[in-house]
Every structure is written in C-alpha cells, then in structure tokens.
Design a binder for this molecule. Structure first.
Ligand SMILES: [Zn+2]
Length: 225
C-alpha cells in the first residue's frame, strides 16, 4: 500500500472524527471521500460505522466506476453521489457531506444561500444552490447535485443536508463549516430584517485572492487533531 493512500486514509479518519465531534452529523450519518492522486481511485467512509470507532481498515477504496478495490466494508450509501461529483469536477480532491442544522433548514425551505459572508465566498466561490428533491442514496440525487453545483464548491441537498468540495479533505470540511456558519448567520439576518449580499465583482475578487494568495501557501502546515 502506498504512503499516499495511507496518508489520505488518516486524513479522512481525522476529519470524520472532527465532523462528528462538532455536531455537523448525528450518529453514523454523513460521509467523506478523497481522491488518491494519479490512481483514478478514491477512499470513502463505510456505511453505518460510528466515526469515533472507525479505523483505517474500515475505509473502502473504490475506482471511478464505483467498484471496490480494497476494503471489506460496504461503502457509504452515497457512493454514487461522490462518484458523480469526481467525474464531473476534476478540481474536486475531496468531498465532505454533512447533515448540519442550519444548512439543512435552508435545504428544507428550498432556499439558496446567497453570497453574504467573505469567508463563504472565498472558500465556496459564491452562493450555495439547493437541489431539487431526490431520495438519499439514489443516482437521481447524484444527478441533481451535479446539476445544481455549477462552478461552486458546495450544494444543499433538498430535505437532506450539505455537500462541500475541496482540494483536500481539510478544505472540503472547512467549506462545510463555513457554509453551516453562513446559513446560521443568514437565518438570523432574515429574522432581524434585510439581508445584504456581497456584490458580484467583489465576490470574484475575494475568490481569486483566496485561490492565489491567501494563507502561507505551505502544504506542510497541518492540524495535529
Ligand atoms: Zn446524507
């Protein structure tokens, strides 16, 4: 087994633990995957195993057709969703799917999340669209998510939850955290009164500067937990 694959599995486990600890999913719901660079494969979390007991051996490696290459566990029931996104979006290196409260509330209300906060537009690229309704675990849901995603990095699944994309598992998780926070702020702002959105020109500049010059541009920086 390659060092890269081992490292990716460790990252998936770490983010799974953090996602559950942060309350962005309940129980065993939600799922995470990450591409194995240059291999045409991705690692995905198994179906129905709690994140706090999940181990590397529980993770499943699948190919672009969704065939299990390594692992004894049944892959996540949203395998088709992950596969469809990787197939449609070459830039997606990882996918995190949560059932967080405020994002789910917007998804139930059938409301897009407009571009309201700077960290949101930097990470996501703009508004977060909501899909038409499609049942969990179906090819129809995969189609609906890809159709709604557009150029952004996040999509709300109607009556279900949130999907975030990133270059890494860490970034896909950050997308889900920031969208959940923005959904909460949006809900409160609506209660208070007027919601002001960030003008499109500024959205474009914020996104571009995030992609080209934000942070330390140093991939060796990694969280310990
Ligand atoms: Zn789900």
């Amino acid at each position: 087994m390659s060092v890269t694959l081992e490292k990716i599995k460790e990252q998936v486990l770490k983010i799974g633990f953090r996602m559950a600890s942060a309350g962005l999913v309940t129980g065993t719901w939600g799922n995470i995957s990450a591409r194995v660079p240059g291999e045409g494969l991705f690692v995905i979390t198994p179906s129905g195993i709690p994140y706090d007991v999940m181990d590397k051996i529980d993770l499943v490696v699948v190919d672009g057709k969704g065939r299990v290459i390594e692992g004894e566990r049944k892959p996540s029931t949203e395998l088709m969703l992950h596969r469809a996104i990787y197939s449609a979006y070459a830039h997606a290196g990882a996918i995190v799917h949560t059932h967080s409260i405020y994002a789910s509330a917007l998804a139930v209300a059938g409301k897009n999340l407009p571009p309201i906060l700077e960290d949101q537009v930097q990470l996501v690229g703009g508004a977060v669209p909501v899909t038409r309704y499609a049942r969990a675990g179906t090819a129809d849901l995969a189609d609906a998510a890809v159709a709604a995603l557009g150029q952004g990095n996040a999509v709300l699944l109607a009556n279900h939850g949130l999907v975030g994309l990133g270059r890494t598992v860490e970034e896909a998780y950050q997308v889900c955290q920031v969208v959940e926070k923005a959904a909460q702020v949006y809900t409160f702002a609506k209660l208070i009164g007027h919601v002001a959105v960030i003008p499109p020109g500024d959205v474009a500049v914020l996104r571009e500067s995030f992609l080209t010059s934000y942070g330390q541009q140093d991939e060796t920086i990694e969280r310990k937990v």
